[in-house]
Design a protein. Sequence first.
Lengths: 601, 74
Amino acid sequence: MKVFNEKILRINLKNSDVTSEALDIDVAKKFIGARGLGAKYLYDEIDPAVDALSPDNKMVIVCGPATGSHMPTGGRFMVITKSPLTGGIAYANSGGMWGQAFKSAGYDMLILEQQADKPVYIYIDDDKVEIKDASQLWGKNATETTEALQEVYGAKAKVMCIGQAGETLSRLACIMNDIDRTAGRGGVGAVMGSKNVKAIVANGTSAFEYPDADKAKAIAMEKLKWLREQPATGKGLPSMGTAMLVNLVNKNGLMPVKNWQGSFYEKAEDISGETLRDKYLVKKSACFRCPIACGRVVKNAEGKDIGGPEYETVWVFGANMDNNDLGYINMANELCNDYGMDTISAGASIACAMELYEKGYIKDEEIAADGLSFKWADMESVLGWLTKMAMGEGFGKKLAEGSYRLAESYGVPEYSMSVKKLDMPAYDARGMMGQGLNYATCTRGGCHIKGNMNPAEVLAPPEIRLDRFATEGRAKAVQGTVNLATIVDSLGFCIFTRGVGIPGYVEMVNACYGEEVYTPESIVEAAERIFTLEKLFNTKAGLTMADDTLPPRLLNEPIKSGPSEGHVNRLYEMLPEYYELRGWDAEGVPTPETLAKLGLA
Amino acid sequence: MKIEVQLYSYLRDGRGKTVELDVHEHATTADVIKMLNIGDNVVANMMINDVDAGRESALKEGDCLSLFPLLTGG
Ligand code: SF4
């Protein structure tokens, strides 16, 4: 394996046709890899207007140039497809071990086309690719599926699969790999389910080869050391996991409570990273070549070690439904991972239903047959709903369509706290202007991680922190943050390494290539190219400026109390400038000049 | 004068969740950070009575100072 193997694996599931073709390395360089390269192939190969769950949609699983390398966290991959949730492009990033196991089998990208007639799984190693019958696996959860396949192929074989939610085509379904790592957002698991693909086993063995291995490994060691020395990545994340943010975000009055009706949670300490560590943590876990190890391992009800919850999961099954029992959050997290459901959207859908119930839209008689309630903090019911969502049963079927479609079915889509139907994560953008702009304009919908303004607007030391209530100059800051995340996603790194900065990433990727492929300027231009291509995909899929917005609650209802009291998000003070900086017209459509400049015309 | 310090994340290790301190008049956040033997540039977020503060912010009798190390994640 090397920076690119220059080989694409293409599988037509309808006729079981397996082919391999050359990857054009110039195209790969232009789009960096992973997220960018996948977007390029998807854009070129499908009509963005297709039904996401039809055979005409394709699923692209793709590595970056750093995937499999010695560079810290260089093990990640992306799943790119048309989203059945948003109707736009979906790109979901995952860590674990699967990405490098796939790349080391000699490929850079897997393109799945059409649909299989019956459930199958795909096995890939150094010498062969096989499409196998998965009828025995269908109906199993992600943990059972992984264990069953590792029983056959051994623990070195890495498994990516869907749970029951992907089989029942829930628009909230994710793809699980290595049991508890997730390509989480945008319903990518439903696309895999629609193709009747239960699992993909990657079992490559080749090592990463560099033109100058000594130099590359020295740079890897230097970056590794640097990450270990930083307080956030050397101490904070390893000791507390991402849930360490709970107390700080809450103290700033930014933690959405009860489906974003409030922004400060009195009982935050009970669900904090500190409490998670003191009461539940068994040990840490890490993805491939990661010195940070933010993963949590906790015990489940049977005493088995399982993956613990992330910050967003803690929030959505905690403050967002007024639950302060971390034990239930662990159980909800386990169910979501087993069923293969995006925790943010699954929890947000239930929290939205709780508000719809509170406001009288959902009536008792509608859910009587399910035997469950939508009362705030009724966590036994929440666990029951998660099962019904994954199985597509009773009212759970409606929840599994996501909060937007649920609220819309009652004529009140404004109760869905989503952008482009993708549920927003745990930062109330009324108290963070840039985060709101990021939510509104992210090409995959209401997401933080692809341009998270939390570090700049909240986490940074006071000397360099941006005024989180100011809009001036914020468009530029968001553009920079989004470009950085686009680069990280496309190279095959984890976003938590972001402190190394663009020069650091350029140094690492050039060392993988063994030549100066990028400068800081040229890699930023590639990020602009990728983001604009994603926007173009969405435009052709029918999304418009009206979709680059926030839920009315964030625009019109000021925060009621706490340190962010009185604020709404002033999105429209920032949006025109943002479009202009991107070279998009006043409606947010990339201009012909921009397309020509970026080589997208 | 007496103040209360609330510590977060790994700042609690070896210090506990809350510490009561006797500090001199006009003590600042930076003085308290020093008294608690927290290294330079470890603390990134500080609040006095739940309002954002800086390293040079002065404390008064009965204040509650919250200290967070530099965090990341999400
Ligand atoms: S920081 Fe966490 S999510 Fe990122 S690669 Fe490391 S263990 Fe995985």
